[in-house]
Every structure is written in structure tokens, then in C-alpha cells.
Design a protein around this ligand. Structure first.
Ligand code: NAD
Length: 363
């Protein structure tokens, strides 16, 4: 990394995603894992031996070690705020895995980071893939003309024992869709969403979800995510971004290279996905070195994504009691106001509660 020493990092949480960050640290050389904090004693021992790193008894102990120059919050999302606030209070920059936190908590973290002038970066790894960077450049430069439609699709079947580590797919996976669409097109005017009845044996969370975001000037963005199926067809949409403009189109997917080697939450390796962790670690260290522009999807996007996903939960067609069949044609509700969730439920069935103004409005 430009001849500089790698940044010494403590991983708070050493589960599945920590494996991907550890690989990226070794392969990319931007950070080095100084140690871990992991409450599962057996896992903590295993990682300390496997990776040859210090195993701190708790985060306070890690933060009293000068070798820990930054903290990676790799815990389940409910613990992100606590880890981040402690690390920031101790003067350490923080990287926080997605989904960062609920919107109010993101604001508290953002304020704490700003008060100490410390870098705090969300783990929006898909936004650092070179393929996404290239596509985004085409969109923002206007090379594709006016964008009228876009699709972001994730279909990777997960075993139930892996999915049990996570909440619903809307929050866990579609947060990726949300921050990518925010980076490409900004905040939508309207959100439609639905979550499917899961087919897990016992895990209660939904295993498939969709959202459609409407923008002014006739742009619709279609999101789909599934933990339930793989796409084994000849034109797989395992992970695909596709953008259609009136002067050109752009797309990329993750299927260019795959091989059989389990790591993290997947039973096979997707180099494009795994390397996105290297790219985001590079951006994190660049931001600490004084180049804040290297963060392409920051805490403001994490908060907007959390608000949009909250809105999508409220707009979930299943929960709102839409009739499953024979829907009458949908007409668009008025666009004018910058409200996040104006669905057609008023015409078709019971209206979902409006989000409170503090939650439903942007900027
Ligand atoms: N960016 C991606 O593509 C991606 C992929 C997978 C997971 N994730 C995210 O990473 C986070 C962790 O997911 P995971 O798959 O590693 O889950 P996991 O359950 O495998 O690991 C989380 C670990 O954190 C530990 N932990 C819990 N509370 C802690 C605390 N207060 N301090 C320290 N450790 C604590 C747990 O014991 C567990 O081992 C989640 O937010 C998840 O959504 C991101």
C-alpha cells in the first residue's frame, strides 16, 4: 500500500464476515489484524491460533493497546453502535459492517465521529468493486443519457444454518441494493416493497424480497434478493446490476470467475465479491491518510438506506393486506412531496401508517 505500513486493526466480532476481512487484509496489505474481540471463547481461540493474532478479553483491553490503530465492527448489527461509540471515544477510526444501524443510531455515530474528526466508514463493499465504479462513472457523466430503468438482483441460496445468523433479507441483503442505488441515483420519491413467506424449516425471517423505487423523470429501479434459490440458468443473475438509458446501457455480474472453496458465509468463492473487501479496506486507509473522497458510500447513505428499508418494511405488500390476486391496475399517487412511502394501498386496501415526519423525510 504505497510503501506505507498497514494499519493495525482490531476485529470486534470474528465470525463469518471476519474471515473475508482477514483474507482481504492478507491479500491487500492495507490493514493488518492486530487482534480480535470475540465473546465465543471457542471461536476466539480458533481464530487466534489460525491467524496468529492477539485475542483481547474485551474492547477496552483492545483500545488500551497502541497496536490497535482502528476498529472494525464486525458484530451483528445490534452491537455496531456500542462498538463504534467506544472506539471513537478512544480516538480510533471505525469501520462498521452493513447494515450499520437504525437511522437515529447512524446519526449518533456520525456526530461522535465528526466531534473527534475521525473517519467512520460503513462496510458498503459492493460500492468499491471496479465494475461498479466504472458503471457509476457512465451514469454520472451522462454517457448513457437519461436513465429510465435499472435492476439490482441478488440470488444466492443460503443454508438455513447460515441464514439463522441474520435477520430478514430485506435488511441484511437489500441494504447492498439500497446503497448502490443511492450512489447511482440518489433518494427516490416512492418505494414499493414486498417480502415473501419464507420456506425455512424454523428460521422465522423472510427469505426473498423485492422493492421498486420510483424517481422523478420516469426512472424506476427494481431490486430483488433471495436466499432461497440459485440461478443455474445459462444467463445467471446471481448478482447483477443493469442500467438502461436512452443513449446506452451498462451491466455487470459476479459470474466471471467462481471456484469451489468455502469462506465466510458462502460455500464457494466469488473473486469479485471477495476482492471488494480489499477495495473497501484500501478506501478506509486512504480516508484516514487524508483522502476522504475515497469513501464513495458514507454514513449519510447508511442512514438513507436504513430509512428506505424501514419504509420498505412498512410498504411490504404482504403486511399491508393487499389481495394476492386480481389487483386492479395501479395508478401512481401524486409525486410532489418528498415523502418516502406513498404506496397505492389507499386505493386497494387499508393504508399503512405514514412514517413520522422525522423518519420519512430526507434532507
Ligand atoms: N458486506 C457483506 O457482504 C457482509 C457479508 C456477511 C455479513 N455481513 C455483516 O457482517 C456482520 C457480521 O456478520 P457475520 O456473518 O460475521 O455474523 P457471525 O454471527 O458469523 O459473526 C458475528 C460475531 O460477532 C460476535 N459478537 C457479538 N457481539 C459482539 C460484541 N459486542 N463484541 C464483539 N463480538 C461480538 C459473535 O459472537 C459472532 O461470532 C453483520 O452486520 C452482517 O450483516 C456483511
Amino acid at each position: 500500500m504505497n510503501g506505507q505500513q498497514p494499519l493495525g486493526v482490531c476485529f470486534a466480532g470474528a465470525g463469518m464476515v471476519a474471515e473475508l476481512h482477514h483474507r482481504a487484509a492478507v491479500e491487500g496489505g492495507h490493514i493488518t489484524v492486530a487482534g480480535i474481540v470475540e465473546p465465543r471463547a471457542d471461536l476466539a481461540r480458533q481464530r487466534a491460533e489460525q491467524w496468529g493474532v492477539t485475542c483481547y478479553p474485551d474492547l477496552d483491553a483492545a483500545l488500551s493497546d497502541d497496536a490497535v490503530q482502528a476498529v472494525f465492527a464486525l458484530t451483528p448489527s445490534h452491537a455496531h453502535e456500542e462498538v463504534a461509540m467506544k472506539a471513537l471515544a478512544a480516538g480510533r477510526p471505525v469501520f462498521i459492517e452493513k447494515p450499520v444501524a437504525e437511522p437515529d443510531a447512524v446519526t449518533r455515530i456520525e456526530e461522535a465521529a465528526a466531534a473527534r474528526d475521525l473517519v467512520c466508514m460503513p462496510g458498503h463493499n459492493y460500492a468499491y468493486q471496479p465494475e461498479f465504479t466504472a458503471l457509476r462513472r457512465l451514469v454520472t457523466a451522462g454517457d448513457l443519457g437519461t436513465i429510465r430503468a435499472a435492476w439490482i438482483t441478488y440470488v444466492i441460496r443460503h443454508p438455513e444454518e447460515v441464514a439463522r445468523h441474520y435477520g430478514g433479507i430485506l435488511d441484511e441483503v437489500m441494504v447492498h441494493h439500497a446503497y448502490l442505488a443511492l450512489a447511482l441515483f440518489g433518494v427516490p420519491d416512492l418505494v414499493y416493497a414486498g417480502c415473501m413467506e419464507p420456506a425455512w424449516e424454523a428460521h422465522p425471517e423472510t427469505d426473498q424480497a423485492w422493492m421498486t423505487w420510483h424517481y422523478p423523470r420516469g426512472l424506476s429501479v427494481h431490486h430483488f434478493a433471495s436466499f432461497a434459490v440459485d440461478d443455474e440458468s445459462s444467463d445467471p443473475w446471481m448478482f447483477t446490476v443493469k442500467v438502461l438509458g436512452d443513449r446506452g446501457s451498462a451491466t455487470y455480474n459476479w459470474r466471471d470467475s467462481l471456484f469451489r472453496r468455502p469462506l465466510g458465509s458462502l460455500g464457494f468463492a466469488i473473486p469479485a465479491y471477495e476482492d471488494s473487501y480489499i477495495h473497501e479496506q484500501e478506501a478506509f486507509t486512504a480516508a484516514i491518510a487524508g483522502r476522504p473522497g475515497s469513501i464513495v458510500s458514507g454514513l449519510a447513505d447508511a442512514r438513507d438506506a436504513a430509512l428506505l428499508l424501514r419504509t420498505a418494511r412498512a410498504a411490504d405488500a404482504r403486511k399491508a393486506g393487499l389481495p394476492p390476486l386480481g389487483l386492479p391496475p395501479l395508478g401512481l399517487p401524486p409525486l410532489g412531496e418528498k415523502s418516502l412511502c406513498r404506496t397505492d394501498f389507499r386505493r386497494l386496501g387499508p393504508a399503512p401508517p405514514d412514517p413520522p415526519a422525522s423518519e420519512g423525510r430526507f434532507r
